[in-house]
Write a protein that binds this ligand. Structure first.
Ligand code: ADP
Length: 470
């Protein structure tokens, strides 16, 4: 991965680019565009003056108007009809020093130039100061009583050198101030934007190294606060997952050790005491080995389900018949352990699902009902049609599940009673397997339970048509 520039430097870079751009615009306008813009403005003023002068020509007090205009705008005006001056004043101005033949040549140039002519003059002074005087002359020809008349306006252009010198010094100060401002801004933005992110980043790295303590005190700005909260959440989740994993390992180890100890104990006893070599003891060994293989199979199943390695084999089958078949298995509890197992199964209800997997879910519900039935050794199994879905319920009247734990029991690592020793072949992850299977079927499922009253575990599947399955 290409190494990226740190946020600190990025902020500084953009601020410097911004300051540079600002300075560039200032230099462009103040040093380079000032003179052309001034000349353009001056030309527009002179053009307006000519228009005013032409307008005033036929009015009374013409001479006064011209005099006022020229003194107000500091320009000289000369109006010439081809033979003589109609209006002239301010004889000191270079405009009035123009001879008649020069005026005539100006008339010619103006008429050749579509009636308007601009002439710029630069006069260099030879007094050693390298100074120059610039002036501009704008002439226009108008028709007056069928007679062409030349109107000329002359103006000196203010020298720019001094202004430009002042501006240059000003720009230098502005540049220095901008650099200081950028430095200050970089510092402030770093403190408030980059530093919290750097700290959160450091904490994230620490999480990956197994250090889960996150500082909660970020209050600089919303995004950093949210990022910190997310990190905190992630770290808490990891801590919980780690704990759950440790719990799972310790539970599984415990569950593995119990049958293994039994197998080992019985095996050694049978070896040492030849008269213990009997069928009953061998059954104990076989039962414990079976329990072990259940546990291992369940674990493998769950991990495959979690990783989507198991594909459901959909078929339309008679759910009522399948459950009736399974019920025979549990009759033994009625005979041997005094259970009452009631079946209320509506006949002939078909569903489109994976038969073996649904059987697995049902058996898990049954095993749990028998496991957690408490003193009242009664289990009721119901299968019935309800609003176009087939509902399967397994009810017991045992210890029940607290409301706040009813969501959690479907989690892989969650167990209500940590010290519980399972009397049946149960791995402790049966409900998470059931959840995965039912989720894959997009089925509705859940538990309704009250402490010391019992629980009803249920699932619902649509009546079996292919179209109902996603
Ligand atoms: P196991 O029963 O082997 O511990 P499960 O995943 O099947 O594992 O069940 C998870 C937990 O849910 C159980 O440990 C138990 O605390 C609770 N539970 C499940 N079924 C019942 C039930 N019918 N009555 C009371 N608690 C139950």
């Amino acid at each position: 991965m290409k190494k990226q520039m740190s946020l600190k430097w990025k902020i500084a870079r953009y601020l410097y680019i911004f300051a540079g751009l600002l300075l560039f615009i200032l230099i462009l306008f103040q040093l380079f565009l000032l003179e052309p813009m001034y000349e353009k403005y001056k030309l527009e003023t002179m053009s307006n003056i000519i228009s005013k002068a032409i307008q005033a020509m036929d009015e009374e007090g013409f001479a006064d108007t011209i005099y006022n205009i020229s003194s107000m705008d500091d320009v000289s005006i000369r109006i010439y009809d081809g033979k003589k001056d109609i209006m002239a004043g301010n004889y000191g101005s270079p405009l009035y020093k123009m001879k008649l033949d020069e005026l005539n040549s100006l008339v010619r140039k103006t008429s050749e130039n579509k009636g308007e002519y601009i002439q710029k003059t630069v006069l260099k002074h030879s007094d050693g100061h390298n100074e120059e005087t610039k002036s501009m002359m704008l002439s226009r020809i108008v028709n007056r009583n069928e007679q062409p008349v030349l109107v000329v306006v002359y103006s000196r252009l203010s020298p720019m050198n001094v202004t430009l010198k002042t501006l240059r010094i000003q720009l230098l100060y502005i540049a220095i101030m901008l650099i200081i401002a950028v430095l200050l801004l970089t510092y402030v933005m770093n403190k408030h934007i980059a530093i919290p992110l750097i700290r959160i980043n450091k904490e994230a790295k620490e999480i990956s190294e197994g250090e889960y303590d996150i500082d909660e005190s970020t209050n600089e700005y919303l995004e950093a606060q949210e990022l910190n909260a997310t990190l905190l959440q992630a770290s808490n989740d990891i801590v919980q997952a780690e704990k759950a994993k440790r719990d799972l390992i310790s539970n599984i180890s415990h569950d593995l050790r119990t049958p293994l100890t039994m197998i080992q104990g019985y095996g050694e006893m049978m070896l040492d005491l030849p008269n213990e070599m009997n069928e009953e003891n061998m059954h104990v060994i076989i039962d414990e080995a079976t329990r072990l293989s259940y546990l291992v199979n369940d674990l493998l199943d769950l991990s495959k389900l979690k990783e989507n390695q198991i594909h459901l084999e959909y078929e339309t089958f008679d759910l009522s018949k399948m459950i009736e078949g399974q019920m025979k298995k549990y009759a033994v509890y009625e005979v041997n352990e005094g259970f009452t197992i009631v079946s209320e199964i509506q006949e002939g209800l078909c569903v489109y699902a994976d038969c073996n997997r649904i059987e697995q879910v049902f058996n898990n519900f049954m095993t749990n009902a028998i496991n957690y039935c408490g003193e009242v050794r009664k289990v009721i199994v119901r299968v019935f049609l309800k609003n176009e879905v087939v509902r399967v319920e397994v009810e017991d009247f045992g210890i029940g599940i607290p409301k706040d734990k009813q969501e959690l029991i479907w989690d892989r690592y969650y167990k209500l009673d940590k010290t519980h020793v399972r009397p049946l072949n149960s791995s402790g992850i049966g409900l998470s397997i059931a959840k995965e299977i039912l989720d894959m079927h997009h089925a509705t499922y859940g538990v309704e339970s009250q402490i010391d009253q019992g629980s009803v575990f249920f699932f619902e599947l649509p009546v079996g048509t292919v179209a109902n399955v996603k």
